[in-house]
Design a protein around this ligand. Structure first.
Ligand code: ZN
Ligand code: ZN
Length: 685
């Protein structure tokens, strides 16, 4: 079957063609049956609030949502807390409304796949009931002042996303020949009319009054409107929206940088905006307008955006949580599955397969095979096996010069790195310049931790410098700023990246040099202060596996006077210093035990005047209540250089010569000497 035919293929035809689909369709059907049987598929009359408030203020974990519950007034945290209150209930209602819209689409898909009319009826009932309910929702009085106020939700944004799911269900039913009575159709038409008015009004405010066309909201307002136009077959309106100010093409030009990453530098918002574009394109296609090859003014494209995901993911297919966004969350996994399936269909980007497998694992598949609604709707290939061809083509290193990311990879080294030096990223940025994520092919050791739901009081921790793998001064976070890449060189033997930043702090220059060979990764971080006084210069590293070392001594209560806890800011918890390394021959050796028993070794050079400590910090954003142990390498000085080498198998030994700034790295009996020369960077000598 050629690609053009496959893209127009109905779900029924897909169920005939692909072996995995009937099992998926049947399990979706059973899920609906379970919800029906327990009486959970009742539309609440109250509008939804703001989902970010669905968080436990004690543990900072997202609260649990039980899809089987018809209604709820108390809410449970994974650690057993029970919370109540209007904000939590408003947030719960968001999940509930999203679930019901999703079930409308799921039931339509089950009907399309299995031809059981009961499910078409259910889908239609939910659509018509929502259509009838929508005019009764007031424009939300409880929304936060900065929000574009919605009707069915606090936020117009949530409303636009929800509406696309509902309208996708509607057009799928119509495609499948389901007839709406004139009364039902009137309700749907009124809903579409009101929705159109709302979305147009929101666009006017956002694009013309707030001058904020590049906002990720705009992509969703456009997607929602495109759904309305496609549902009504209004091709001219849809075409006008493609070309309008803040429309599809314009947003692609201003909301995405020329290196194909969404302008906020956040993986989550990249996926978020890409998904809105793909919905727009799906609706345009219904109006015989093909946008899949559409480009922004600097070549930005949906293909480029899915390719960026394939390049950014680690070797297990996990996307890094750059800037704001969750590390792992079921609704996000579904969004990833949707854009990756569509990317695979439309652009045949093989590198999306590991991402899909990981998304399906997070959605509950034990082996990463397809499951869930996204598979049935958007999956179109026979399997998600990684082909031997794909395994033969390891990904190389990559620089995103406009967004400010570098990935370093070497075919023979299981270690790789990702560094962030780019623009702050607006409201969703973190104070994280020159942050490095260290990855092993089986598990990322020092991931970016993303962020907890925004309603948590711990949210600021996740954007502070000290929660990233970079350098802070005096416990204070960096200023919002942009770093630069002075050098990016990839040869067969090495990848070298030199990143610099001189506006993180007044009178301070940061230089980070990363050199990856087939055998090890060298991280050489130099900090130079031009200010009068020395300061505490702090190099942070946040592994998700506990650091192990014979040289590590736990600190007792009595040591607290010498090693007082670290204060980041008044509203955040103190960070206790819990251990201290005693260097031998200036080397500190640390080991990390990864999944599957893999070991990763770190050798740190402890210069005179430096100390290496372990610090207890909040956990990552999935569960901040499970603390982690960070490494803090620090020096009170006007100059510091922090030198670390990472290796698998066994640790390297380091010998440093002050006179000429040379470092000997010895591993398996072989010594490589590198030299850092101020104007030239790192050289292998
Ligand atoms: Zn709790
Ligand atoms: Zn971050």
């Amino acid at each position: 079957m050629n690609d053009a035919v496959k893209l127009r293929e109905s779900i029924g035809a897909k169920v005939q063609r692909l072996a995995w689909t009937s099992e998926v369709a049947n399990s979706l059907k059973e899920e609906i049956d379970g919800l029906q049987a327990i009486g959970s598929l009742i539309i609440p009359l109250e509008p939804g609030g703001w989902w970010h408030q669905y968080v436990c203020q004690q543990h900072h974990t997202e609260l649990l949502f039980d899809p089987l519950a018809a209604d709820a007034t108390e809410f449970h945290c994974p650690h057993g807390c029970v919370v109540e209150g209007a904000e939590h209930r408003g947030a719960w209602l968001v999940y509930k409304h999203q679930l019901l819209a999703r079930i409308a689409l799921q039931a339509a898909a089950v009907y399309a796949g299995l031809r059981d009319y009961t499910y078409a009826e259910l889908s239609k009932r939910l659509i018509v009931e929502y259509a009838a309910q929508f005019p009764l929702y007031p424009v939300h009085p409880d929304a936060q002042p900065w929000m574009l106020k919605g009707r069915a939700f606090h936020q117009a944004l949530t409303e636009s996303i929800w509406s696309t799911t509902l309208i996708r269900a509607y057009v799928l039913l119509v495609d499948e020949g389901i007839v709406f009575s004139s009364d039902e159709q009137q309700k749907v038409d009124k809903f579409l009319h009101l929705l159109e008015e709302s979305m147009r009004a929101y666009r006017r405010i956002l694009i013309h009054e707030r001058n904020n066309a590049e906002n990720n909201y705009t992509a969703w307002l456009n997607a929602s409107l495109a759904c309305v136009y496609a549902a009504r077959g209004e091709r001219h309106e849809l075409e006008a929206l493609i070309e309008a100010e803040g429309g599809f093409r314009h947003h692609l030009s201003i909301g995405v940088k020329q290196d194909q990453i969404e302008f906020e530098g956040s993986t989550y918002y990249h996926v978020f905006v890409l998904r809105a574009y793909l919905i727009f394109a799906e609706m345009a296609k219904r109006c015989e307008k093909d946008l899949y090859a559409c480009e922004g003014s600097q070549g930005q494209s949906m293909r480029g955006m899915v390719e960026a995901l394939a390049e950014l993911a680690d070797d297990q297919g996990v996307l890094p949580a750059l800037h704001d966004g969750p590390m792992e969350r079921l609704p996000y996994a579904r969004e990833i599955a949707e854009v990756a399936e569509l990317g695979l269909n439309h652009y045949a980007v093989e590198g999306l397969v590991p991402i899909l497998r990981e998304a399906y694992r997070q959605m509950g598949s034990a082996d990463g095979s397809r499951c869930g609604l996204e598979a049935l709707l958007y999956g179109a290939t026979p399997s998600l096996e990684i082909t031997p061809m794909a395994l033969m083509k390891p990904r190389g290193s990559k620089l995103w010069p406009a967004s400010g990311f570098v990935v370093g990879r070497h075919a023979d080294n299981p270690l790789s790195f990702l560094v962030d030096f780019g623009e702050h990223g607006g409201a969703h940025g973190h104070l994280d310049k020159l942050h490095v994520t260290l990855m092993h092919k089986r598990q990322t050791l020092t991931p970016d931790f993303g962020v907890v739901p925004y309603g948590s009081t711990l949210r600021p921790w996740f954007s502070e410098t000290a929660s990233h793998n970079t350098v802070s001064l005096g416990g204070k976070s960096q200023d919002e700023h942009t770093g630069r890449c002075l050098r990016f060189e990839q040869t067969e033997a090495t990848t070298y990246a030199w990143l610099q930043s001189d506006t993180a702090y007044f009178g301070c220059r940061l230089n980070r040099h990363l050199l990856l060979t087939s055998d090890w990764l060298l991280d050489w971080f130099e900090v130079t202060l031009t200010s009068e006084d020395p300061q505490s210069i702090e190099w942070w590293m946040h592994p998700i596996a506990a650091p192990q070392s014979k040289q590590l001594v736990e600190l007792s209560f009595a040591d607290k006077a010498i090693y007082p806890p670290i204060h980041i800011q008044p509203n955040l918890p103190e960070l206790p210093i819990v251990g201290r390394f005693s260097p031998e021959e200036s080397n500190v050796c640390v080991k990390y035990l990864l999944k599957n028993g893999d070991q990763l070794h770190q050798t740190a050079l402890a210069h005179p005047g430096q100390e290496l400590l372990t610090v207890r910090t909040p956990g990552h954003s999935i569960d901040p209540s499970v603390p982690l142990t960070a490494l803090l390498h620090r020096q009170f000085s006007k100059y510091a250089s922090f030198i670390h080498v990472y290796r698998v198998g066994a640790g390297a030994m380091l010998a440093y010569c002050f006179a000429d700034n040379r470092l000997g790295i010895t591993a398996d009996g072989r010594t490589t000497t590198v030299q850092l020369i101020p104007e030239q960077g790192l050289l292998i000598v």
